[in-house]
Design a protein around this ligand. Structure first.
Ligand code: ATP
Length: 768
């Protein structure tokens, strides 16, 4: 016997502890109306986890607790304990727990709270339900038929019926599993939705970061490229500038020297010109010219004077000679006219000569001479002869002296003239020489100026080049600074950058500095472009962004894994649900077939003929709630809970179709009370046959039966008891007679139900 004992304490009318032992297949509970028998059946329901207060004939938890009576105080709590055997049979336990006995206690307190205790440990209702379901003790209570509820299975909706059948078939475990799986699936889907929504939040950010990182990577690559390019550019530029600056500086040396030299030459030439431009010389020349003329005049005068003296001397000598001659020839000879004429002519000559002379002394001398001439005419020839001769001789001597003196003077003047002339000529030569020199100097200046201009031009060109180089040097420095700012100090090591040709050979300085400038400018343009691109990409690696990217990426990957995992478990659950559904369906279909067979057998047994069958029906999809569009075949139970059915679209239900023997009536509605009781009993028994529950409680199911039917009922009970323990609440004698143990329930004036074991006869008496 698996059901061992039920202990009721404080539950409903059982104010005191009452214990029922179930040691036989059939236990009957008998007693007068209102003594508390049904409370026992409810105690079963209660302890098995019934949640419907209606099924427990109460409104709230408190109603289940003994409420006191005139003489007994009310209880604070109600407790029911059920003890079930769980010893392994053939290596198998009924309940999947490692105990030989399963003891379940449910307690309800006045505040309505419930406690469930499984083998001494508090537990949840659900665990109790699952445990019981595993032994086919379901919550629909198909194995507990309350008073007046025998035909519940007949009045139930197809769907409720299906649940009862499922319960009876022990499919609740699958149902629980299925529900649990569906619940888990729903939860999983919620989780998926949640994770997906999380991911939806993450993904745009991730994409954004991804783009950032890609940009960053691009930027880094470009930076690397730029570094190399920069190094080449800077190295080339530096070499070029250094080389050409030096070269230009060198090239400036020659023109600079030339300029210096030519400037010096220019100075010299200018000085020469300046020197030659003096007027003194020409003034001197004029003076010299005058002096020459003067000296010449003086010399001529001297010559003339000398000539006069010569003439006088010649005259005197002739006179002396004549006088001497006359002395000799004729003493007193008159002065001949010729003499006078000669004298006059001579005097005239002297006078004329003197008239041209400016020198006073000469004029004076001329006057003297003239006087002398005329005197010689006037003298007494005798005396004159005597005196004249003497005087003439003296005069001649004097004139001779004077002629000598004069000659000397003339010579001196002549010498002076020569010297002055020489001086003049020398000066003139000098002046001539100087003008030649000046012309040469002018020509030289012209040439020098040309050379200076050339040198200056050359230097200007060089300066322009230097200025260009200078500018480029400044530009180079700026570029270097920018490079440092852009790439870092490492760029200053550009000199170590190796520049090779296509064959990998190091380029020579000559090649490097000899390159066309345009190429370097082209490089510069390229460099600028690269910089712009780099700028566009944004600068440098941002550690924070990288870190965030890694984090977000990891998070996204985690979420993706999570989704995958969840989807996998969702899939598994879906598969499981499908499997469970299939299993349920298969077992349900198989079970219903068996129940159907048993039902038909019990029905014909009960009614001595006729037919009964169960049909599986699937409601058609309704368009509107109140459209009566269900196809329930004969549709005997129209009007009952149709709306509820309507909402359960697509769920298969069960329909009962019976045909009484010798009667034309069909359908449950046409049955009498007794017939209904028999039909439902047949069905209940059929259900119990297929998958026998541990125990079945029937509360006055037999109330409506007449004697003949009571016997048949009794037979069926005996048959049923072979597979399930039966607890029968009954007033029926026949039924009582089938029981092994009888309990009598009585209630005295204190309103408290009491329990006692009774004999059959006592039972019959008590039941009355
Ligand atoms: P019948 O043979 O007429 O069906 P019964 O033996 O099945 O009667 P029950 O319905 O089990 O009788 O018992 C009903 C009795 O239990 C009533 O007298 C009722 O007052 C009592 N009862 C129900 N709830 C409580 C409660 N909470 N406290 C005290 N008594 C209660």
């Amino acid at each position: 016997m698996q059901l061992k004992e039920l202990t009721i304490n404080g539950f409903k009318s059982f104010a005191k502890k009452a214990e029922l032992e179930f040691s036989t297949p059939i236990t009957a509970i008998v007693g007068p109306n209102g003594s508390g028998k049904s409370n026992v059946a409810e105690a079963f329901r209660f302890v098995l986890g019934e949640q419907s207060m209606r099924s427990l004939r109460g409104r709230k938890g408190e109603d289940l607790i003994f409420n006191g009576s005139t003489s007994v105080v009310r209880s604070n709590r109600a407790s029911v304990v059920i003890r079930l055997d769980n010893a392994a049979q053939g290596g198998k336990r009924t309940f999947p727990v490692d105990f030989d006995e399963v003891i379940i206690e449910r307690i309800v307190h006045r505040d309505g709270t419930n406690e469930y205790v499984l083998n001494g440990s508090r537990t949840r209702l659900r665990d109790i339900q699952e445990l019981l379901a595993s032994a086919n003790i379901g919550p629909t209570g198909h194995h507990i038929i309350s008073q007046g509820e025998a035909d519940r299975i007949l009045t139930a909706t197809p769907k409720e019926r299906r649940e009862m059948v499922e319960d009876a078939l022990g499919l609740k475990v699958y149902q629980y599993k299925k529900i649990e799986s569906e619940r888990r699936l729903e939860k999983t889907r919620e989780n998926i939705a949640q994770v997906e929504s999380l991911r939806r939040e993450v993904v745009p950010h991730l994409r954004f970061l991804e783009r950032q990182v890609k940009k960053m990577e691009k930027s880094l690559a470009l930076r690397e490229e730029l570094t190399v390019y920069y190094a080449e550019y800077l190295k080339r530029e530096d070499l070029y500038l250094t080389y050409h600056t030096e070269a230009i500086a060198r090239s400036a040396e020659a023109p600079r020297i030339a300029l210096k030299e030519q400037s010096a030459l220019l100075e010299d030439a200018k000085r020469t010109l300046e020197k030659n431009e003096q007027d003194e010389k020409s003034a001197a020349l004029v003076a010299l010219e005058k002096r020459v003329a003067e000296v010449r005049t003086r010399r001529q005068a001297a010559v003339r004077g000398e000539g006069l003296i010569e003439g006088q001397i010649a005259f005197l000598e002739r006179r002396i000679q004549e006088m001497e001659q006359k002395q000799e020839e004729a003493e007193d000879a008159p002065v001949p006219y010729s003499e006078v004429k000669t004298a006059v002519v001579s005097a005239e000559k002297i006078a004329v000569k003197a008239a041209d002379d400016e020198e006073v002394s000469a004029v004076r001398r001329a006057l003297t001479d003239v006087v002398g001439v005329f005197k010689s005419l006037l003298n007494d020839p005798k005396k004159r002869e005597v005196v004249s001769a003497k005087a003439e001789r003296e005069e001649l001597a004097e004139l001779t002296k004077e002629r000598e003196k004069n000659a000397k003077e003339r010579e001196r003047i002549a010498e002076e003239e020569v010297s002055v002339e020489e001086e003049y000529m020398a000066l003139r030569q000098a002046i001539e020489d100087e003008s030649t020199e000046s012309r040469e100097a002018e020509r030289a200046i012209f040439e020098i100026m040309n050379r200076i201009r050339e040198a200056e031009q050359e230097l200007r060109t060089i300066e322009t080049k230097q200025a260009t180089l200078e500018r480029e040097r400044t530009e180079f420095k700026r570029e270097l600074q920018e490079g440092v700012a852009l790439i870092g100090r490492g760029i200053t090591a550009y000199r170590d950058h190796s520049l090779t040709n296509d064959d990998g050979m190091e380029l020579t300085l000559e090649v490097l500095v000899g390159e066309e400038r345009a190429k370097q400018y082209e490089r510069r343009r390229h460099l600028e472009k690269m910089k712009i691109r780099l700028e566009e990409l944004g600068v440098g690696a941002n550690e924070d962004v990288l870190k965030e990217y890694t984090d977000v990426k990891e998070r996204d990957e985690f979420l993706v894994r999570e989704i995958t995992d969840l989807e996998q478990s969702a899939e598994k659950l879906e598969v499981l649900i499908v499997e469970l559904t299939e299993q349920l369906n298969e077992q349900f279909v198989a079970g219903i077939e068996q129940i159907q067979t048993e039902f038909a057998r019990f029905f014909t047994l009960m009614f001595g003929g006729g037919s009964a069958k169960l049909d599986r029906v699937k409601p058609k999809v309704r368009k509107r709630k109140h459209d009566e569009d269900f196809d329930f075949g004969a549709n005997e139970e129209s009007g009952l809970a149709e709306d509820a059915e309507a909402e359960e679209e697509g769920v298969e239900g069960i329909e009962i179709n019976v045909q009484l023997p010798n009667k034309r009536v069909r359908g449950l509605d046409m049955l009498s009370g007794g017939e209904r009781a028999l039909t439902s009993i047949a069905l209940i028994f059929a259900m119990s046959q297929v998958n026998p529950p541990l125990f079945v409680i029937l509360d006055e199911t037999d109330a409506a039966l007449d004697e003949a039917n009571s016997r048949r009922y009794g037979d069926m009970i005996s048959a049923l008891a072979e597979r399930s323990q039966l607890i029968l609440i009954t007033h029926n004698r026949e039924t009582m007679s089938r029981a092994g143990v009888l309990y009598g329930v009585t209630m005295a004036g204190d309103g408290v139900s009491k329990l006692l074991s009774v004999k059959f006869d006592e039972a019959v008496a008590v039941a009355k």
